[in-house]
Design a protein around this ligand. Structure first.
Ligand code: GSH
Length: 206
């Protein structure tokens, strides 16, 4: 019998969507447990002691073990599927894009989305207000780089969809929530349509 997978999550989070979309694409069942991050439900002593000492979701529970970090959790779910390239160079290149996503894309695009749509402009701290233009420039640079990379290719790595595409899709397709103009990046929008056409695709709201 396949092991039980439980996703500890907040469904509006793109990081959590990565794990859900991966599991839908590879046909692995996930049980879902919802936490309201706006109420600090991932910061309780119980959560910190038993689920993730880092106080964040997503966390994938595999039996009685826990994997925090969206890209690591998605990797676990995708292991053995065509989303993980067999070729060592392509596999490393996939990881390159997943690390890049966490350093250059998510801290800018996702953070701005959270600040603008969840926290609200009037509730931002002085520091957050100062950081907004820096994050916007960095987010635009990330989207531009993606658009250039996708010129003349269908997927981020090699000739087939990989986990890199899924991890990059999660916050790219909702970048409009943070007022990024996705229509400026035609290669990115074409790529997003290809992901939405993959067998098993589920939208973020599913
Ligand atoms: N690098 C982590 C980031 C996780 C993260 O920032 N999670 C946010 C939601 S997207 C969270 O749990 N926020 C609640 C909190 O920090 O209290 C990942 O990729 O999973």
């Amino acid at each position: 019998m396949a092991e039980q997978l439980i996703l500890h999550e907040y469904s509006a989070s793109g990081n959590c969507y990565k794990v859900r979309l991966t599991s839908a694409l590879v046909g692995r069942r996930l049980e879902r447990r919802e936490y309201d991050i706006m109420k600090g439900e991932t910061r309780t002593p119980e959560f910190l002691a038993n689920v993730n000492a880092n106080g964040r979701i997503p966390v994938l529970q595999v039996g009685d073990r826990f994997i925090p970090e969206s890209n690591a959790a998605s990797f676990y779910v995708a292991e053995g599927s065509p989303l993980i390239p067999a070729d060592p160079f392509d596999r490393a290149d996939m990881l390159r894009w997943m690390f890049w996503e966490q350093y250059n894309h998510e801290p800018n695009v996702a953070t701005l989305r959270f600040w603008m749509r969840w926290v609200g402009a009037d509730k931002l701290s002085e520091l957050q207000r100062l950081q907004m233009p820096v994050k916007r420039d960095a987010g635009v640079a990330a989207l531009e780089l993606m658009d250039r990379h996708l010129a003349g290719r269908e997927w981020f790595v090699g000739a087939a969809p990989s986990l890199a595409d899924i991890c990059l899709f999660a916050y790219t397709h909702v970048a409009g929530d943070a007022d990024f103009q996705l229509d400026l990046y035609p290669n990115v929008t074409g790529w997003m349509e290809r992901i939405e056409g993959l067998p098993g695709y589920v939208p973020m709201t599913a």
